[in-house]
Design a protein around this ligand. Structure first.
Ligand code: ZN
Length: 220
């Protein structure tokens, strides 16, 4: 349908490709085709008994990936949701990932929750987009009610590794009834020190989960 408001806005504030500045789209076709998924098993993050595997789909150091995630998270360019969803769909279907993580290995797909305060401020949870893409290709629902954040804590960005662990400790709560004996795919957006993912995995395992596999959009 013709959207007059959008057309006028596009004339006043033309959209540029975040990577090459070509006018017309947030990510032009050529740059979109250049995006490479590099599904990787992040072995370094398996230093405790709670996560059995951790996968990243992209490298945050690939400039276009960093620009897309930054623009989406901090500049609130919500039009990027479709692009993010498209590149994630491709990555989830990529050989490296699809060979290792199959729908029959997973019972529940759970995004890392944001605090209610941050969720309200931001209006969305970027981990939910990845969770939804995976859920669609695995033909499973997103279980966004099995893990809750009890408190609002300061953002992890900028904190050194040790402080991140302290900052996040004890803030999650799992619903034991739902996770008991389940194999859970835990989804987050960016993996930096892994503190958030490890803490979520610990809580899920202590609540009775059989296995927790981590999956992140990008490795920082
Ligand atoms: Zn471009």
């Amino acid at each position: 349908m013709f959207d007059l408001k959008k057309t006028i806005l596009d004339l006043i504030f033309p959209i540029y490709c975040l990577e090459c500045r070509q006018v017309g789209a947030w990510v032009c076709r050529r740059c979109f085709e250049d995006i490479k998924s590099c599904a990787k098993w992040q072995e370094n993050f398996l230093d405790n008994q709670h996560l059995s595997q951790v996968w990243s789909l992209f490298d945050y150091h690939q400039p276009i990936i960093a620009k897309i995630l930054h623009a989406y998270k901090y500049e609130f360019i919500t039009d990027l949701e479709k692009i993010i969803s498209d590149i994630l769909s491709q990555a989830v279907l990529s050989q490296d990932f699809a060979k290792q993580i199959k729908p029959e290995f997973v019972d529940l797909i759970c995004p890392v929750p944001l605090s209610k305060k941050r969720r309200r401020w931001r209006g969305f949870n970027q981990s939910e987009i990845l969770a939804e893409v995976v859920a669609k290709s695995f033909n499973l629902p997103v279980s966004d009610d099995i893990l809750n954040r009890k408190f609002h804590t300061r953002a992890q960005v900028g904190l050194p590794a040790k402080l991140r662990e302290i900052n996040i400790k004890g803030i999650f709560q799992a619903n034991s009834f739902s996770v008991l004996e389940k194999r859970i795919l835990l989804v987050d957006d960016v993996l930096t020190t892994g503190a958030t993912m490890k803490e979520c995995a610990r809580v899920l395992k202590e609540a009775g989960a059989k296995e927790v596999i981590g999956l992140v959009f990008a490795k920082g």
